[in-house]
Write a protein that binds this ligand. Structure first.
Ligand SMILES: *[C@@H]1O[C@H](CO)[C@@H](O)[C@H](O)[C@H]1NC(C)=O
Ligand SMILES: *[C@@H]1O[C@H](CO)[C@@H](O)[C@H](O)[C@H]1NC(C)=O
Ligand SMILES: *[C@@H]1O[C@H](CO)[C@@H](O)[C@H](O)[C@H]1NC(C)=O
Ligand SMILES: *[C@@H]1O[C@H](CO)[C@@H](O)[C@H](O)[C@H]1NC(C)=O
Ligand SMILES: *[C@@H]1O[C@H](CO)[C@@H](O)[C@H](O)[C@H]1NC(C)=O
Ligand SMILES: *[C@@H]1O[C@H](CO)[C@@H](O)[C@H](O)[C@H]1NC(C)=O
Ligand SMILES: *[C@@H]1O[C@H](CO)[C@@H](O)[C@H](O)[C@H]1NC(C)=O
Length: 477
C-alpha cells in the first residue's frame, strides 16, 4: 500500500513550503539568520560605496539614493521636485493660530508685509523687497497648501508658470458674507485704482484661512466685482487643484482685508465701487429736482431680525415723513431684490432705516452724506461685542452718516435661560424679532429727516451758485 507514505511525503513537503510560517520557530530562526547575513552584506556594500564616493569626491556621507529616500520621507513630494534652494512651507502657519491676523498673519507668515502710508499691507511678487526678485509658487500635496519663492530661472520641477497678474487673497472670514466679502475684495479695488487701471488681473486665487476657495458664491459680491473689474476678470478664479506647483509671473497678495488702509483711500474705494455699480446697472442720473426732496427708505427683513409688526412700523415712518416737506417714503424687502435692484434702490435713498443685517452693506450705493438708522434686537448692545458696529464702520468708510441705533429692550420677552450676561446668551437673542417704540421712533425719525432736509436745502443753494451737481457726478476712473 504505497499510498499512505506518499501521502505523508506530500504532507511533509507541504509543511516544508510553509517553512517561513511564524508557527515554526526553528524555521523562523533560520530565516532571521539568513536575513542578518544579507543585511550585513548590504551594509558592507553600502559602506564600501560610501568610502569609494568619499575618496573620490566630497559628496554627502550617504549614497545619493538613500539621501533622496530620506528627503522624500521628511518632506513629501514637494522638496524633491524643487530646485535645491526652493523651500516649500505650509501656506497657513498653524503655530500662529492664536494670533492668526497679527503681524504677518499666519498666511505666508515668513514673508514681511510691504507697508505704505494710508494703504492696506500687501505682498508683491516678484520684488526686491518682498522676495529678492523671486517668483511666488504655490502647491498642494492633497491635504495642505504650500508656498515657496523660486528664481524665475529655477522653478520647481513640473511647475506651471501662470502669465499675467494674479490677485491672491486670504481672508479669515467667508467671502460669501457681504461685509466680509466686501472688505476682502476692497484692497484689490484700491490697488487697481492706484495702478491707474493699467493691468487687468489675469486671474484670482482665493484662500480662506489658507484653504482654496473655488468661487465667490454670493451673487452680490460677484456682481460688485464684475462691475468693478469686468466679467472676464472676475470669472477667472483659479482652482489650483492640478498636479504640481503653480508659479506666478506676477502676483499681489492681500491678507489683512482692509488692514491699515487709511480714511482717504477707503473713501476713494467706496466712491469707485458706487460709481462702477451704478454704471454696471445702467442707472441714469435723474435731473436734479428744483426743490429739496428727502427720499426715506424703510428696508425691512423677513424672518430673522424682522419687525414683529411691520405695519405699525411703516405707519410711524409714514406719519413722520408726511410731516416733512418733500419727504417720500419707500418700503422694500431685500430678499427678492437683484444686485441691480439694490443698487438702484440705494441710489434713490437719502435716509435708510433698517434692522441690523447684511442688507445694510448696500448703504455705500447711496449718495455720500446720506443717513442710516439701525435697529437691533435685544441682547446685541451688551453681548455682541464690536461686531455690532460693522455698519457704523461701513458708514464711516463710505462717508455716510450713521444716526445711531435703537436697541430693543425686549420687555416681556423670554429671558435667556443660561445667564443674561454670558456671551453664550448672544446666540439665544441674536436673531430675535424686533418690537417697536412709537415715541422713540417718531422722535428719532423726525430729527433725522429734519437734518436731511437742511442738508438738502444747503445742497440746493450751493448748486444754484456752482451749477454743478458734485454728489452725482462720478468719474469711474
Ligand atoms: C521681517 O521683519 C523683521 C522685523 O521687522 C526682520 O527682523 C526680518 O529680518 C524681516 N525679514 C525679511 C525676510 O525681510
Ligand atoms: C501632505 O503633507 C502633510 C504634512 O507633511 C502630511 O501630513 C499629509 O499626509 C500630506 N498629504 C499627502 C496626500 O501626501
Ligand atoms: C446695461 O446696458 C447694456 C447695453 O445696453 C446691456 O448690455 C446690459 O445688459 C445692461 N445691464 C443691466 C444690468 O441691465
Ligand atoms: C418682492 O416681494 C414683495 C413682497 O414679498 C412683492 O410685493 C414684490 O412684488 C416682489 N418683487 C419681485 C420683483 O418679485
Ligand atoms: C453670570 O455670568 C457672569 C459672568 O460670566 C457671572 O459673574 C455671574 O455670576 C453669572 N450669574 C449667574 C446667576 O450665573
Ligand atoms: C425728541 O425728544 C427730545 C427729548 O427727548 C426733545 O427735546 C425733542 O424735542 C424731541 N423731538 C421731536 C421732533 O419731537
Ligand atoms: C458731505 O457733507 C460735508 C459737510 O457736512 C461736506 O463738506 C461734503 O462736501 C459733503 N459731501 C458731499 C459729497 O456732498
Amino acid at each position: 500500500m504505497p499510498s499512505p507514505p506518499s501521502h505523508r511525503h506530500a504532507h511533509r513537503s507541504l509543511f516544508k513550503q510553509r517553512s517561513f510560517s511564524p508557527r515554526s520557530s526553528s524555521h523562523a530562526h533560520k530565516f532571521f539568520i539568513n536575513f542578518l547575513i544579507i543585511l550585513t552584506c548590504v551594509l558592507l556594500t553600502l559602506f564600501h560605496i560610501q568610502t569609494l564616493i568619499k575618496s573620490s569626491t566630497s559628496h554627502p556621507p550617504w549614497p545619493p539614493l538613500i539621501h533622496n529616500l530620506i528627503r522624500d520621507f521628511e518632506l513629501p513630494q514637494l522638496t524633491t521636485d524643487a530646485a535645491d534652494d526652493v523651500q516649500f512651507l505650509p501656506l497657513k502657519d498653524r503655530r500662529l493660530a492664536k494670533t492668526a491676523m497679527e503681524g504677518n498673519t499666519w498666511f505666508m507668515s515668513s514673508i514681511n508685509d510691504t507697508k505704505e502710508k494710508g494703504e492696506a499691507e500687501y505682498l508683491r511678487f516678484p520684488s526686491e523687497e518682498t522676495s529678492a526678485g523671486r517668483l511666488l509658487c504655490v502647491a498642494w500635496n492633497g491635504t495642505i497648501n504650500y508656498y515657496a519663492l523660486a528664481p524665475a530661472a529655477a522653478l520647481p520641477r513640473n511647475a506651471k508658470l501662470l502669465a499675467g497678474l494674479t490677485f491672491i487673497s486670504d481672508s479669515y472670514y467667508s467671502y460669501d458674507n457681504l461685509f466680509h466679502g466686501l472688505t476682502a475684495m476692497s484692497p484689490f479695488v484700491a490697488w487697481h485704482e492706484r495702478m491707474g487701471f493699467a493691468v487687468e488681473p489675469a486671474r484670482w486665487v482665493l484662500y480662506q484661512q489658507g484653504a482654496v476657495r473655488s468661487k465667490l458664491a454670493s451673487p452680490w459680491v460677484r456682481s460688485l466685482m464684475e462691475a468693478t473689474f469686468g466679467r472676464a476678470a472676475i470669472n477667472r478664479i483659479e482652482q489650483l487643484d492640478g498636479e504640481g506647483p503653480s508659479c506666478f509671473k506676477e502676483a499681489v497678495v492681500f491678507r489683512h482685508n482692509q488692514g491699515s488702509m487709511g480714511k482717504e483711500r477707503k473713501e476713494k474705494v467706496y466712491d469707485l465701487l458706487r460709481c462702477k455699480a451704478r454704471a454696471y446697472c445702467n442707472l441714469t442720473i435723474a435731473e436734479a429736482p428744483a426743490k429739496a426732496v428727502i427720499r426715506l427708505t424703510l428696508l425691512l427683513r423677513t424672518g430673522t431680525r424682522s419687525f414683529k409688526d411691520d405695519a405699525a412700523v411703516i405707519k410711524i415712518f409714514q406719519k413722520e415723513c408726511g410731516k416733512v416737506d418733500g419727504c417720500k417714503l419707500k418700503v422694500a424687502l431685500p430678499n427678492n431684490l437683484t444686485f441691480c435692484d439694490q443698487v438702484k434702490l440705494m441710489s434713490e435713498t437719502d435716509v435708510l432705516a433698517s434692522p441690523h443685517g447684511a442688507q445694510l452693506t448696500n448703504m455705500f450705493f447711496m449718495d455720500k452724506n446720506s443717513s442710516i438708522m439701525e435697529f437691533f434686537p435685544r441682547g446685541w448692545r451688551e453681548l455682541a461685542g464690536v461686531g455690532q458696529y460693522v455698519y457704523r464702520w461701513v458708514a464711516d468708510w463710505s462717508r455716510m452718516r450713521h444716526h445711531g441705533a435703537w436697541y430693543d429692550p425686549g420687555h416681556g420677552e423670554r429671558e435667556c435661560p443660561i445667564n443674561a450676561t454670558a456671551s453664550s446668551c448672544f446666540s439665544f437673542y441674536k436673531n430675535s424679532k424686533l418690537g417697536h417704540d412709537e415715541a422713540f421712533f417718531s422722535n428719532w425719525t423726525a430729527r433725522v429727516l429734519g437734518e436731511m432736509r437742511l442738508y438738502k436745502l444747503d445742497l440746493l443753494s450751493m448748486k444754484s451758485t456752482t451749477n454743478e451737481d458734485e454728489t452725482q457726478n462720478c468719474k469711474c476712473g
